[in-house]
Design a protein around this ligand. Structure first.
Ligand SMILES: [Zn+2]
Ligand SMILES: [Zn+2]
Length: 323
């Protein structure tokens, strides 16, 4: 299914590039905590970290992630495909199990992010409201986009404007009301698996690795879409903002790091638009379509993609850019 054309993009970005120093500082801030976890894994291997924990961690990370990448984001926020109530409920519940807030709150904030993208009103832009040029300003912008915005209500959406359809949906209201139940399950299931295999001790271990640490890791991977993917990476398509394609984030969040592609074609079910752009979430949607569980799957046409592609060569200033 072809996607509808966007209106002409507004010209003007906030900052051409982030300084080298701020890139280094940000990189350190991003790499150090995961390195800490990896070293803890090595130190505790065989003592308080076992194969069961690895399997529970990887499996729960992957399955719950699809709740936000395919569910909260591509299905609920952007309606990039259609599906029945069963798939809808499963995606909504899995999304809640990543502990990133109830569905309605997540989706309304995200829709607002697209509406204002890197301008005044965007709830989590590293640029809007952080206009300074120095590395400190860039770092503050990064922290705001990554986690800071959740501790202020600046630009947060109440849902009346961007979430009307969700408030009118009884299934979604019911799932959101039971949010704490899904949070309980996301911790309780790893504990139950560990407990079943090796009693209380293994249960607690699985709870820590497959529950708490998995939630932490996936949260920061998702937050990186808001922070890193609006600062570092390539801009292959013309969008109205600072969105970037970042392969590392795409790897960690199953295709969501092709964020410049996504801002250029928000309603596309596929984010990794080139054949080599890894997008596991898209493969799952494709699979759901093949077995009849997803339909009306939206994709940009080759012509739409061609029109928005950033030209590889410099255009003479006199030549108008075609929209
Ligand atoms: Zn974005
Ligand atoms: Zn989006």
């Amino acid at each position: 299914m072809e996607i509808a054309e966007q209106s002409t993009p507004a010209v003007g970005t906030v900052r051409a590039r982030t300084s080298r120093i701020s890139q280094v500082v940000t990189l350190i801030a991003v790499i150090v905590p995961p390195l800490g976890i990896v070293s803890a894994m090595g130190l505790l291997w065989g003592v308080a970290f076992h194969w069961v924990d690895v399997v529970v961690l990887l499996a729960s990370y992957t399955v719950c992630a699809f709740g936000t990448t395919i569910g909260f984001h591509r299905y609920f926020s952007h309606k990039s495909f259609q599906s029945g109530p069963g798939v809808k409920a499963v995606l909504a519940i899995l999304g809640c199990m990543t502990v990133q807030g109830p569905l309605t709150q997540w989706v309304t904030d995200h829709r607002k992010h697209h509406a204002f993208s890197d301008k005044e009103g965007d709830p989590h832009s590293p640029h809007a409201g952080h206009d300074g040029e120095g590395p400190w300003d860039a770092f503050r912008g990064f922290v705001h986009a990554h986690v800071g915005w959740m501790f202020s209500n600046m630009g947060m959406e109440q849902g009346r404007e961007y979430g009307k359809d969700l408030y009118e949906d009884r299934l979604i209201r019911w799932i959101d009301r039971l949010y704490l139940v899904w949070v309980g399950l996301t911790l309780g299931i790893p504990f139950a698996i560990g407990y079943g295999l090796g009693g209380t001790r293994l249960g607690l271990e699985a709870l820590v690795w497959g529950g708490l640490i998995r939630i932490f890791l996936y949260q920061h991977a998702t937050f990186a879409v808001n922070s890193i993917c609006h600062m570092f990476g390539r801009q292959d398509y013309r969008a109205r903002d600072e969105s970037r394609n970042n392969w590392l984030v795409a790897f960690m969040v199953f295709g969501e790091g092709w964020h410049n592609n996504h801002h250029a074609f928000p309603s596309s079910a596929r984010h990794g638009l080139a054949w080599w752009q890894y997008d596991l979430s898209w493969w799952i949607i494709r699979g759901l379509e093949k077995v009849g569980l997803a339909w009306d799957v939206k994709l940009p046409t080759a012509e739409q993609m061609q029109r928005r592609r950033v030209a590889p060569v410099e255009r003479p200033a006199s030549e108008p850019a075609s929209a």
